[in-house]
Design a binder for this molecule. Sequence first.
Ligand SMILES: Nc1ncnc2c1ncn2[C@@H]1O[C@H](COP(=O)(O)OP(=O)(O)O)[C@@H](O)[C@H]1O
Ligand SMILES: [Mg+2]
Length: 246
Amino acid sequence: MTTIALYNLKGGVGKTAGCVNLAYLAAQEQYRCLVWDVDPQGAAGFYFNATAESDKLSKKLIGGQLDIEELILSTGYDNLDVIPADFSSRKLDLFIEEQKNSKKVLKQILKPLKQEYDLIFIDCPPGFSALAESIFNAADIVLLPTIPTTLSLRTFDAVKHFFEEKQIDGSKLMCYFSMVDSRKVLHNEVIERFSEQRKFFQSSIPYLSDVEKMGLHQAPLPYFAPNSRGTKAYEALWEEIKEGIF
Ligand SMILES: Nc1ncnc2c1ncn2[C@@H]1O[C@H](COP(=O)(O)OP(=O)(O)O)[C@@H](O)[C@H]1O
Ligand SMILES: [Mg+2]
């Protein structure tokens, strides 16, 4: 089982779109996948049309009153399950902080899924928190969609610094350029300057209205637009990510 957390300190960079589309592509290739939506905004669950059955599930999960299996729902797509966010997800951070082993709590919670899934995709909220730290410890790969601007690259440095401070293995951190607008000179310059860094995947995701339409269709992009340039980009990215795992 490999755990991939879609994370960035910033919101609105394409974390959820990446999480949903990459998980869907992996599931299409017969990998048994679970998307865990830990962002209280609940966007990943929304794209799968999944709603939590109670508003206290996340709280009970962290408190040890529920096993993670009890939160899993089917997405209707083969090999792809989801744990939607619920009302108590907004306080996940506090619940985790209250735990004695807060750093390792998510890793412990995911353990029983080892035999059931090949890939766990965690859709993270932005920001640094006890939740983020626990996710970073649980994840094998922390994947940062990064908009190619100089400010976004500073954000990457801040995340790297957080890893160092918390003594988390920095080799987990991987990036890809997201929402790339090739008409923007700055985007092209930043990509040219930084894509050589081994932290960046070669494939990037263009800025496309097709990706935005995921909300209208409430579905992964490759499902409703298999021939879209966006789908091709996510496929290429998935190929690269997969190379490092299997
Ligand atoms: N490659 C893209 N091109 C155009 N719009 C995008 C792209 N990726 C995401 N979006 C849109 O931008 C918004 C934020 O994306 P989202 O994946 O929710 O970001 P995050 O999870 O980082 O907050 C959403 O409305 C989404 O539809
Ligand atoms: Mg999101």
